[in-house]
Design a binder for this molecule. Structure first.
Ligand code: GLN
Length: 468
């Protein structure tokens, strides 16, 4: 079997295949990747709609009514939501058939999927490598040909980085474009649902279903959704693409730089104009992000108290003991580290020095992007400084793990849409080209993605671990 695209799935459906049964069988074949926490088809699908009968997987932080939603945590091991997330509702409404819940870093905190309480996910290109995180399971099930697409969430790169590591296409919409209702919260001012699929064209179709205003999410924006399929054929003739020097900065491996430049020359050959630009405050995005995200997380995760829902310690002596034991038992090391960091930067005496400063830097970063978008239509660079690293390589050094997010977190701080496109291989492992767009200009990103994928076939390459 070749790469599993929506077109391939529709052809199989029209030929009479049972797509869900086939996907479940492939999921079992690929079970060594540990990409799914729960393999269980959603009870009902409408049988009609744009994605009728097409199997997919949800990252396990989208609440699914009647089906457990763990968020990669022991804290929510037995949590069965009484309602569906808006994204879940919309995809079901379009007829798409969920086959289960994808593995992820606990509470979406991580860049390697090694923080999951359900064990690490393995990269289908090389099972000794990480798939990236936090949507590592979502990227792996697509790269392994189990399903044609999967949902993800991107707070600081969690759709784009695993897509890059697994050689698939990942799309993170503008903050507010897709409803966060029913998505377990990590850092609310940064979280945004996204999609991982084979191609920009397939991302466009899924995004069309996911996007749009939702009165149940106060940060969802009431603004018409573009026709993404129509946007795909726009091409890139005359489009100005800014090559941001800082995205090719220190720490970005030489081979990554040359590989991504070669992919950009394909866009140039398709008619785009490459322009050098600067994003001078980009290097500050890691410290700003790793103050703001933990601060918001410490507040969001305060709700897991052992009383209302989630893990409850068995033999607590009094209320304080119940709180501290339930949280000590339910949360993993990285989540605790973030809660401690976040509580610290928000505490009186440190608030001004850390949290307020980080918010000021966030503004500078957004201003940098705004200035750049006065000159160009898209901004480009590598999605990651290097290819997928080895399992265990960075687990002992959280700062090294954080530093590897250098090319993705600024986009979330500025609330912009971005995508990662397969851009070739280094030492046999995929490299990703990141394109960043203006707020609510998902269309131009998708058009550029399609233009690249119309002349290259990196996105169709099959990993050794893919089901054939
Ligand atoms: N790696 C980043 C973090 O650990 C981003 C995660 C995400 O986008 N959810 O916070």
């Amino acid at each position: 079997m070749s790469a599993l695209t929506l077109a391939a799935q529709r052809a199989a459906r029209d030929a009479g295949r049972d797509l869900v049964e086939d996907a479940l069988a492939r999921a079992r074949t690929a079970s060594g990747l540990n990409a799914l926490i729960t393999l269980e088809p959603a009870p009902t699908t409408s049988g009609a709609g744009e994605l009728a009968g097409i199997p997919f997987a949800h990252k396990d932080l989208f609440c699914t009514r009647g089906q457990r939603t763990t968020c990669g945590s022991k804290m929510l091991a037995d949590f069965v939501p009484p309602y569906d997330a808006t994204v879940v509702e919309r995809l079901a409404g379009a007829g798409a058939a969920s086959i289960g819940k994808a593995n992820m870093d606990e509470f979406a905190m991580g860049s390697s999927n090694e923080n999951s309480a359900y064990g690490p996910v393995r990269n289908p290109w090389n099972t000794t490598r990480v798939p990236g995180g936090s949507s590592g399971g979502s990227a792996a099930v697509v790269a392994a040909n189990v399903v044609a697409f999967a949902t993800g969430s991107d707070t600081g790169g969690s759709v784009r980085q695993p897509a890059a590591f697994c050689g698939v296409t990942g799309f993170k919409p503008t903050y507010g474009r897709v409803s966060r209702y029913g998505m377990v919260a990590y850092a609310s001012s940064l979280d945004q649902a996204g999609v991982i699929a084979r191609s920009a064209a397939d991302c466009a179709e899924v995004l069309q279903v996911m996007a749009g205003h939702d009165p149940r999410d106060a940060t969802s924006v009431d603004r018409p959704v573009d026709d993404y399929r129509a946007a795909l054929v726009r091409g890139v003739k005359g489009l100005r693409i800014g090559i941001a020097r800082e995205l090719f900065g220190a720490g970005v491996r030489d081979a990554m730089q040359s590989t991504v430049h070669a992919a950009l020359r394909e866009l140039e050959a398709a008619g785009a104009v490459l322009v050098d630009i600067a994003l001078p405050t980009l290097p500050l995005s890691i410290p700003a992000y790793y103050v703001i995200a933990p601060a918001e997380a410490s507040s969001n995760l305060a709700r897991y108290d052992g009383v209302r829902y989630g893990h409850r310690a068995a033999d607590a002596k009094g209320l304080r003991d119940l709180y501290s034991r339930s949280r000590a038992e339910g949360f993993g090391t990285e989540v605790k580290r973030r809660i401690l960091t976040g509580t610290y930067v928000l505490s009186s005496g440190y608030y001004d020095a850390y949290y307020l400063r980080a918010q000021q830097v966030r503004r500078l970063i957004a201003d940098d992007f705004a200035r750049a978008f006065g000159q160009v239509d898209l901004i480009a660079g590598p999605t990651t400084p290097d290819i997928a690293f080895k399992l265990g390589e960075k687990t002992a050094d959280p700062l090294a793990m954080y530093a590897a997010d250098i090319n993705t977190v600024a986009v979330n701080l500025a609330g912009l849409p971005a995508m990662s496109l397969p851009a070739g291989f280094i030492d046999g492992l995929p490299a990703g080209l990141q394109l960043i767009g203006r707020a609510f200009d998902e269309s131009t990103l998708l058009a550029a993605g399609q233009a690249l994928q119309a002349r290259t076939d990196w996105h169709l390459a099959l990993a050794p671990g893919a089901v054939r």
